[in-house]
Ligand binder design. Sequence first.
Ligand SMILES: Cc1ncc(COP(=O)(O)O)c(C=O)c1O
Length: 398
Amino acid sequence: MSEISNRMGSLGTENAFIVLQEVKRLEANGHKVLNFCIGQPDFSTPEHICIAAKTAIDAGKHGYTPSNGILPLRQAVAKQFSQTRGISVDADDVVIACGGKPFIWYSIFALTDAGKGHEVLYPNPGFPIYQSMIRALGAVPVPLCLRERNNLNFSIDELKEKITPNTRLLILNSPHNPTGGVLTRDEMEQIAELCINNDIWVYSDEVYSALTYECPFASIASVPGMIDRTIIVDCASKTYAMTGWRLGYMANKTLAPHITRLVTNSYSCAPYISQEAVLHALTANQTSVHAMASTYKQRRDLFLEGFSSIPGVSCHKPGGAFYLWPNVTEACKITGCADSEEFRKRLLNEHYVACLADIHFGSRVPGEGQHVRFSCASSTADIQSGLEQLNIFIKKHM
Ligand SMILES: Cc1ncc(COP(=O)(O)O)c(C=O)c1O
């Protein structure tokens, strides 16, 4: 049998799934694990959305749809993008896909050529699929380091230094996974100026747009001159607690027909039933969205308060998403852990508290120390118990 392609060797993965296997193994052995590693809402999809899906099934909406999605849904997305981003988006420029994730590879595929040295700038730490897809598609990954002193964002000076004539695309993710960092309007304007002057596309991963806590959500697409070169991406997964329904949406006039062709070439169209459910989600009142966001904020504050009284742990206040990115450099020293990965493994195996380590989101940023990621997608009681266990783990070594 012939060997598998070299390209497969450059494809990464999401290590969260590997940690989940460790959690499952402990659970199978009878341990109750306090799980903070999942980037998935712990809420059920709101009932009125489920009812819309059942209605779609009963109405016989079982078949293929156009590859770019049903028109009423594209219209609803265009309206929502226009209202929430302060821009004007046309339904013809919208494409529906199976979640937000496929747009990452569709966009890199559409904007870079393999082996030509085309560079893609991406945040590090960041969603691991960015680097994985850049590599697998034969482009050159260029990390932008996120630092605590920059409010968990990259510095504009570093961005300037890393732009070259080969830079094709900049990936932004605000609010950010895993740090919870949010770009300010001023930063967006400076980034936009660099992208316009250097003819760079922007992939704006806005899947946490409904989860900002200190200031309203803003998209770089709203900076004058940016809409044409910005691929706006959002999804139902986080906003409506619909991860398993696999429904995401993007908008860009130039890329929409190309991305539609990529959908046709991969899975033909997003599931009709999910499209109908999300059409309802977008057009119904948004009370459940606000309720979930307010709960995440309360949990974030609970985590922050807890971290502040645990020795060796310090945590920047995340402005959005549902993650916390505590610095555990001192805690590693106290507990005798070589690094954040050993720290999170011992926390899991000795205290049954699951979180992810910084190395699951890219290579460690020099000078930034050790970090772990906690997700807020757990109950208040679990967060309190998790903080208690973290405290015990560290204090017993003091
Ligand atoms: C930054 C970011 N982009 C994209 C996705 C993928 O979203 P979806 O599940 O809708 O494909 C995630 C999921 O965790 C994410 O954190």
